[in-house]
Design a binder for this molecule. Sequence first.
Ligand SMILES: Cc1cc2nc3c(=O)[nH]c(=O)nc-3n(C[C@H](O)[C@H](O)[C@H](O)COP(=O)(O)OP(=O)(O)OC[C@H]3O[C@@H](n4cnc5c(N)ncnc54)[C@H](O)[C@@H]3O)c2cc1C
Length: 503
Amino acid sequence: MRKRIFNNFKTLLSSASNNIFHVNKLHSYPNFTKNVYQVNRGPYKSLEEHHLTFFRDVLGENGMIVDLCDLEKYNVDFTKQLRGCSTLVLRPTTTQQISKILSFCNHNHLAVCTQGGNTGICGGATPVFDEVILSTELMNKVIHLDELSGVLTCEAGCVLQQLNDFLVERDLMMPIDLGAKGSCQIGGNLSTNAGGIRLYRYGNLHGNVLGLEVVKADGEVLDCMNTLKKDNTGYHLQHLFIGSEGTLGIITKVAIQCAPKPKSVHLLFLGAQNFTKVLKAYKKARYDLGEIISAVECMDHQTMELVEEHSELSSPIGPYPFYLIIETSGSESVHDQKKLEGYFNGCMDKHFILNGVVATSAAQREKLWSIREGIAHSMYQDGYVFSYDISLPFSSYYDFVTEMREYMGKKAHRVFGFGHLGDGNIHLQISIKEFSNEILNYIEPHIYNRVDELHGSISAEHGIGFLKRKYLPKIKSSENLSTMRKLKMLMDPKGILNPYKVL
Ligand SMILES: Cc1cc2nc3c(=O)[nH]c(=O)nc-3n(C[C@H](O)[C@H](O)[C@H](O)COP(=O)(O)OP(=O)(O)OC[C@H]3O[C@@H](n4cnc5c(N)ncnc54)[C@H](O)[C@@H]3O)c2cc1C
């Protein structure tokens, strides 16, 4: 096994480019969201000179962006498919400044769109009209780390990768990891209840976040900065804001439980003949590798082709119909390697897999992960991408991609699927040359109806944002929706926080 693995690694190391995730520079601007999606502007005030004077008093000149060119990167979303027309970005550095800003906006009926790293892919972080953009990018301080309990307290604008780097030096790590880690912020992660590759082991953010500080729409600061693991004193208000996509309040600080950095990490990259075999290999991994599995991802060969076409990365094991990526994190390398070897040989003997490599060093693992993390970068170079982040039972997990490929026929350039297999979450992507309303109407609501019929979820981890808002009433019961609306009314009666999103 080892001979095969390390032979293959030579190919991988020579063909892989660096794995740093870069957001492309804008080369062309998309059409305005309000026009493409024919949205009506809400009854909000437009910015006037006296509003700007107030913001300048609170933040100073450097805390504001008004230059149209500089504004563009805040107005356009990560996928470069949505574009707002805000004329003002506010960049506060303290909770008190946010409190003053929101109190003023609420009083003056100015709409606000909170933005973290702007890596969200359902349009939650960019304005639809001229909402004031409130960026948390300057709120990026680590406040405290309790190295014994592993509880980290920090500001909402801290970039995920920077937090992780800070922790790794102290033998800890963030309980969350995702491809956008170099740009996304912890506040954005919380507001979307982001999943990512570590969810399999550490669970979602509701389980890891101990406390939050939030500014409400009227400017009131809600201090829920609990740092205790157990605290059943009344309602757990902090959970209201996790996954609320900037519609109920602005998260300014967080206390999060971090995990010890594992002493032994391995990554398997496996090739399989078909998806049934992928599932068999996954099931075997759950039994054979059990307590050391920390991530389980998969991708089809169309996804690998896309990555190979748009980057210098390539499959380390040659072409296979499906790929399965399994990461293990344990505390004893010899023990873990023995388990991995047994698992690999067992899968080969049973023909669950056809080939594989294992990465043992951090550099090798990074090279392999860069293939998975490079997908997003490649796919937005493939034309216009209709992107669906769905949860499905395993019985229909990949069949649904095949079904959609047949449904699209020649209408699509490429239909491909990859995702967090261990969480039952697949990212189905349909790329076409350029956006067309006709194709959009052909795909939606068909796709959402089918997901509903298959007892899936139309948003496994990305949220509802702008793009999926009209499907929420179709999947949530009227009781659910009316409770959500009442909550929104209670928290933000004038609807100034992230309008046109979620509800
Ligand atoms: C390459 C790539 C890989 C990705 N992989 C994953 C993945 O594996 N799993 C996953 O779940 N997502 C993934 N995403 C999506 C995205 O990165 C996540 O949703 C991330 O959590 C967004 O963080 P952000 O700071 O960029 O937030 P933004 O995009 O800026 O904002 C997202 C939403 O949160 C709101 N918001 C932001 N900050 C705050 C705040 N402080 N208070 C209140 N509301 C706020 C915004 O208004 C918006 O509605 C990926 C994206 C990319 C580009």
